[in-house]
Design a binder for this molecule. Structure first.
Ligand SMILES: Cc1cc2nc3c(=O)[nH]c(=O)nc-3n(C[C@H](O)[C@H](O)[C@H](O)COP(=O)(O)OP(=O)(O)OC[C@H]3O[C@@H](n4cnc5c(N)ncnc54)[C@H](O)[C@@H]3O)c2cc1C
Length: 506
């Protein structure tokens, strides 16, 4: 074997996965087809749950230091003029983080570097075979790599998916739209001067729908604009056809009038509303994560979040599997848990597509929008939608009737014998965590689960919890909970962490 795990594709999913594996001490090679990091930034931000996940790995401060400030924005559902309030979900990051994807990728690559993992660029996978013991991947240029497992994080047009002929059912795109970063030579008053709530940035006219918002420069001030547009006046083009300055200029004039003049097209790409998902995330020793496993219209900024959370669900399970300490079925729980999550996102995105109806003349859709907007203003409905769009409402079905089991652990502030800390800080090393809440006490660091006794401190996420004893997986989800001091977490320890966790006596 050249490595334990071979990761294909250094987008956010592949880099997060490689970082998770390296954190767990697993040998990993990460290859990327492109020679240079992409200057394009498709994704504009991460959701509240992804921000929590980044906090769990000590990355959220770096990400926040490169975010674009936005004034009282909040997430949206279907572009409706109703900010979603995620605070009832008890999160420290209710608005997520508006960080361009390329800045996030740079932070993830720096983290990989800290683990001693370099992205091998200019190294596209072109072929693969697998047998009972491992996978052999062929690379452009003729080299090959042998690994125990291969994870395809090679995006929506996954080479690995094609090579395996993996079923990817769903539907093809019914429209084509453009996303581009531009400079404006001049801008009408209708052009937003700061990034605020999504609905204030949308406008339609002349047969186009458009989203136009300024991009903040890292040194401060506005540094160009992001424009996204489509509509009946915009004829569908082949996905790979270059975006032209003329088509961008025409759309700008149609929507924002002749005073809005294109200065420069920095880059542009096309996307569609194609909606597909792999039937199986695991094919023998090959697994799939991120856009390689699911594609959908990028409404509501979900793809990047799905990919990062796929990676964080898979990383510790794969690390345990390659070191032969994984309990039976642990690796297969990746598909069982993550497939329904993406299926739900695909359905939610399709529903939003109907409500948004990207055709500007759609009166029926406008009537539907008004009703859904009224509903979204009701506190319970707003909370529901905020939980859905932020990923905070996710509860994995772990087969336990207790409604707390399977949910994300709240990032409580704590005091242990070592001083103040938080749940996310305790999860920083990607290990399991058995938390006993009461008085501050010692921490036992043994095996793959830490046992921490702590007092709960007041914080913005509150102090109460449905149980005082909680077992938390490395991905931050509760897998056992009890209020009974005599109850034993042993069956859950065995199920998620294997016999060694029990032998170590936590
Ligand atoms: C216009 C637009 C706006 C979006 N906005 C948001 C948003 O705001 N929030 C959000 O969450 N998501 C957003 N998304 C979605 C988000 O960009 C994707 O979901 C995300 O990039 C997926 O990450 P990934 O790592 O899975 O795949 P990718 O980012 O596509 O990375 C795959 C990588 O694999 C490499 N690769 C491909 N083939 C090979 C090969 N054979 N060998 C080696 N390497 C290979 C590619 O070069 C690439 O670097 C948006 C998408 C679009 C189109």
């Amino acid at each position: 074997m050249d490595t334990a795990v071979f990761v294909v594709g250094a987008g956010p999913t592949g880099m997060m996965l490689a970082a998770e594996l390296a954190l767990a001490g697993t040998d990993v090679i990460l290859v990327e087809r492109d020679d240079e990091p992409s200057p394009q930034s498709r994704g504009g931000g991460v959701s509240a749950r992804t921000a929590e996940v980044l906090a769990m790995r000590g990355l959220v401060d770096a990400v926040r230091s490169r975010e674009i400030p936005r004034d009282g924005a909040g997430a949206h559902f279907a572009g409706l003029p109703v900010p979603l309030d995620a605070r009832p979900w008890r999160t420290r990051h209710p608005d997520g983080v508006l960080v361009p994807q390329n800045r996030l990728s740079a932070i993830l690559e720096a983290r990989l570097g800290e683990h001693g993992v370099a992205v091998r660029r200019g190294s596209g996978l072109t072929g693969l075979t697998q047998d009972d013991d491992g996978v052999t991947a062929t690379l452009a240029g003729g080299g090959s790599v042998r690994a125990a497992f291969l994870v395809a994080c090679d995006g929506g047009h996954s080479t690995v998916r094609t090579l395996l002929g993996a079923p990817f059912p769903g539907r093809s795109g019914t429209m084509s739209a453009v996303s581009a970063d531009i400079d404006l030579a001049s801008a009408a008053d209708t052009v937003a001067r700061s990034a605020t709530h999504f609905h204030t940035l949308q406008r339609s006219g002349g047969g186009y729908w458009m989203l136009l918002h300024p991009l903040d420069g890292e040194a401060g001030g506005v540094d160009g604009y992001r424009v996204v547009f489509g509509g009946p006046a915009h004829p569908p083009a082949a996905r790979e056809a270059p975006v032209t300055p003329d088509e961008v200029a025409s759309a700008l004039t149609a929507v924002h009038g002749p005073e809005t003049v294109l200065g420069r097209l920095r880059w542009g790409s096309r996307f569609s509303d194609a909606s597909r998902q792999l039937t199986a995330y695991r094919h023998g020793r090959v697994l799939f994560a991120g856009d390689a496993a699911h594609i959908h219209l990028p409404v509501g900024g979900q793809g990047l979040n799905l990919g990062i959370q796929d990676a964080v669900n898979l990383g510790w399970k794969l690390a345990a599997t390659v070191t032969h300490r994984a309990p039976d079925g642990l690796l297969d729980s990746y598909h069982a848990e993550r497939h329904p999550v993406a299926a739900r996102v695909l359905a939610t995105v399709r529903a939003q597509g109907v409500i948004m109806n990207l055709s500007p003349e759609a009166d029926d859709a406008r009537a539907l929008r008004d009703i859904v907007a009224d509903l979204a203003r009701l506190p319970d409905a707003n909370r529901y939608l905020a939980g859905l769009m932020s990923g905070l409402a996710l509860r994995y079905d772990l087969g336990d009737q207790d409604p707390f089991v399977g949910t994300r652990m709240i990032d409580l502030s704590l005091r242990t014998a070592d001083g103040p800390t938080t749940v996310s800080e305790l999860l920083r090393y990607g290990r399991g965590l058995l938390l006993d809440l009461g008085r501050p006490g010692p921490t036992t660091v043994e095996g793959v689960v830490d046992h921490v006794t702590a007092e709960v401190l007041d914080s913005p996420v509150g102090t109460d919890l449905p149980a005082r004893r909680v077992l938390i997986r490395p991905d931050g989800y509760v897998c056992w909970a009890s209020d009974d001091p005599a109850a034993s977490p042993e069956p859950a320890l065995r199920r998620w962490f294997g016999a060694t966790a029990v032998r170590h006596g936590v």
